[in-house]
Design a protein around this ligand. Sequence first.
Ligand SMILES: C[S@@+](CC[C@H](N)C(=O)[O-])C[C@H]1O[C@@H](n2cnc3c(N)ncnc32)[C@H](O)[C@@H]1O
Length: 179
Amino acid sequence: MDLSSNFLSEAREITQRENLEIKFIFGDYNEMRFEERFSVIFFEGSFFYKSREGLVSLLTRIYKALTPNGRLYFEHPNQSKIKNQFPMVNLSEIEKNVFVLQTGEYDEDDSGSRNTWLKIDLKTQVHYKCDFFLKHLSTDEIKNCLVEAGFGNFHFYKKRRIEDFDPGNDDGFSLVAKR
Ligand SMILES: C[S@@+](CC[C@H](N)C(=O)[O-])C[C@H]1O[C@@H](n2cnc3c(N)ncnc32)[C@H](O)[C@@H]1O
């Protein structure tokens, strides 16, 4: 699911190339009622929310949409470490001739960051851009939101790794929560 038709068409191309059968949805997951049930709900670089209430609402809808033993995965910045890293400008080559530019500003009033993520493919000249705001909640607050949403079983890992998250050192974490 994505709000961006550019990202969705790139994903469609990849699934055709890889011969996979995947259904894509154009839309906003904050508007989604999640009427079907899923064994896994997975966010890659795309788990954003604007407020604590927004997070609890999203987590509650996800919880209800998971089958028993279903898993939620997302990755997230570590608020206590990441706040000092704004303003941020960061350009990296993720594959040959494909660059990702990330910029971000911290907004003290809203205690969150305003970010832009831009992917540029020099071969095809195609670029994809997304702007988003992410409220920065502490890991303890995120735990409370998970519990409020119904999750009793969850684990914080190092970002995209199967090792325990270290809140004092890591810039971010991956979360796996089980219904
Ligand atoms: C950093 S990109 C990551 C894209 C992709 N998941 C990947 O790993 O290459 C973030 C994506 O989240 C999407 N996004 C942000 N908020 C969204 C929302 N509320 N509903 C659906 N998609 C959203 C953006 O359109 C953008 O494509």
